[in-house]
Design a protein around this ligand. Structure first.
Ligand SMILES: NC(=O)C1=CN([C@@H]2O[C@H](COP(=O)(O)OP(=O)(O)OC[C@H]3O[C@@H](n4cnc5c(N)ncnc54)[C@H](O)[C@@H]3O)[C@@H](O)[C@H]2O)C=CC1
Ligand SMILES: C[N+](C)(C)CC(=O)CC(=O)[O-]
Length: 495
């Protein structure tokens, strides 16, 4: 197959512009034909959003962008293209006619793909020159971010065309799902359509509002679906006995009025055997407890990302965290008892996304962990959400980290804090980060923090009660030896 360098796009609406963005950001040239007089502006606007999103997803891994040419005819869009993606309105006669016309001036080896959401490729390819090269490549909105593309051939499509299309999609960072049967709506739209039809009935019957139905998805099963789909999640829900047990428990509900979709398959032994066998193969020998841990880790990742956004389920998690902090903080300093030793206030586990290409915790995560440890100290001396809401906080103005040993994924770690000095506006602390399994010292950090009025943006004295608690710690620790790393400057010495 010749390298795909130039992509022809027919139609540049919601989906066509998404294809343009994915291809251009992957470094490919794009020739786009769309008779809409606003096409240049609309494509540029989508491209700007796509650049923004890719800039966050792949900050340093971006090839030079491809060149976008908005062309004035179908012929120009396909004549030099190595691959053509059609994203016309969902009308079979239009797609059939335009693709037939586009197939003639194109090179005979150019693959054609249709973005159709559910029309059959056999119906689309009928009048093309070289119909064997037409596949459906059904994407998801926004095309520049969603990895899935369903690849479906028609009666005349060659296996070579399906494979070449799949290889192209992989090369631009997508996950092709190869359909074994040509079927209206393919796989994903069939699933979404079932949910959609049920949702419309719920609104129609006055059972729930559109917002309530969306909440039922986004605070609940939608979060799990994003990484495990439905079968693996239900396998876990079947407990140690897996899918067989799940079907025994919930199979009868298929006959109950739980849905408007009442046409359900008979649960014959043969069908149940097939389900259980496919589920076993999917789990590939992973135990139920391991699957539960994988599910939980993915949920934590998704919920943490949403928490950072403070959106949807992330907003609930954020509020819960604040409540937990405030509860944990109440009387925390009294609970410590002995303040005379460095305070062990923060523990964590090295997460998979903290690991860099060297296979150990990446440098920015050291500061992240020390920052979390300082936050734990603040909570323990009375700086809670109300304190922040009143407009007061400590800001870090200087940090010196020394990395002393490596740490790998999943290892438990903890931090101790020694208070080196406190005055009305300043706080001088020293962190030691340990691997908890063997108390190996991994890193140290010295920090200077300033108490600020966050609204005025300037240093002000800390609340007397907060300062009193910090001074009590400093007083209790005054006889501890000064850490040798504290006050150290970076330099080459005499070599
Ligand atoms: N919108 C969505 O969420 C998804 C849509 N799709 C599929 O993608 C295809 C396109 O859908 P959208 O982008 O949503 O539609 P759209 O209406 O946003 O875009 C269609 C574009 O085709 C252009 N067009 C009309 N006649 C044309 C012609 N003769 N030659 C060239 N361009 C022409 C229009 O000016 C318009 O810009 C459909 O087949 C749809 O089923 C697939 C996945 C998701
Ligand atoms: C609504 N839709 C059927 C056009 C949706 C799709 O085909 C895929 C998507 O992006 O949801």
């Amino acid at each position: 197959m010749p390298d795909i360098r130039r992509v022809g796009l027919i139609g540049g609406g919601v989906i066509g512009s998404g294809w343009a963005a994915r291809c251009l950001l992957s470094g490919l040239d794009v020739d786009l034909y769309d008779p809409d007089p606003e096409i240049a502006r609309k494509t540029e606007e989508v491209l700007a959003n796509a650049r923004r999103a890719w800039g966050r997803l792949f900050p340093d891994a971006r090839p030079p962008e491809g060149r976008l040419r908005i062309v004035g005819s179908l012929r120009e869009a396909v004549a030099e293209a190595d691959f053509v993606q059609e994203s016309l309105p969902e009308r079979i006669e239009l797609k059939r006619r335009v693709l037939a016309a586009a197939s003639r001036p194109a090179r005979p080896d150019t693959i054609f793909a249709s973005s159709t959401s559910g029309l059959l490729p056999s119906d689309i390819q009928a009048e093309m020159a070289g119909p064997q090269r037409l596949v459906v490549g059904h994407p998801f909105n926004p095309v520049y971010l969603m990895p899935l593309v369903e690849v479906c051939g028609g009666a005349l499509t060659s296996e070579d065309a399906r494979q070449r299309a799949a290889a192209f999609y992989r090369s631009i960072g997508m996950r092709p799902l190869m359909l074994h049967k040509e079927i209206d709506g393919f796989i994903a739209d069939r699933l979404m359509e079932a949910l959609w039809r049920e949702a419309l009935w719920l609104v129609h019957d006055g059972v729930a509002t559109t917002a309530e139905i969306d909440d039922a998805i986004r605070y609940g099963p939608g979060i799990r679906w994003s990484f495990m789909g439905t079968f693996l999640i239900y396998r876990i829900a079947g407990g140690e006995a897996g899918m067989r047990h799940f079907m025994a428990q919930f199979g009868p509900a298929l006959k109950w009025p739980w849905t408007r979709l009442t046409d359900v398959p008979e649960l014959t032994e043969a069908f149940l055997d097939r389900l259980a066998a496919q589920s076993d193969a999917q789990a590939a020998g992973t135990s139920i407890r391991d699957l539960e841990r994988l599910r939980d880790d993915c949920l934590v990742s998704v919920l943490s990302a949403l928490r950072a956004r403070g959106y949807a389920a992330g907003e609930v998690v954020k509020r819960q965290e604040e409540t937990l902090w405030d509860k944990a903080q109440a009387g925390a300093i009294a609970a410590i008892g002995d303040l005379s030793q460095p305070l062990r206030l923060h523990r964590a586990r090295v997460e998979a996304d903290w690991i860099d290409y060297n296979g150990h915790m990446t440098e920015s995560r050291y500061l992240y962990v020390f920052g979390n440890a300082a936050d734990a100290l603040f909570r323990c001396v009375g700086i809670d959400t109300a304190y922040h809401a009143a407009g007061f906080s400590y800001y870090t103005v200087e940090t010196h980290i020394m990395n002393l040993a490596e740490v790998s994924v999943d290892e438990p770690i903890h931090v101790t804090i020694q208070v080196l000095g406190v005055d009305p506006k300043r706080l001088h602390i020293f962190h030691r980060l340990y691997r908890s399994s063997d108390d190996r010292l991994l890193a140290t950090a010295e920090q200077m923090l300033i108490h600020v009025d966050t609204r005025l943006g300037r240093a002000v004295p800390a609340d007397p009660a907060v300062r009193g608690r910090l001074e009590a710690i400093a007083e209790a620790q005054k006889d501890l030896p000064k850490p040798p790393e504290a006050g150290r400057a970076i330099g080459m010495g005499r070599g």
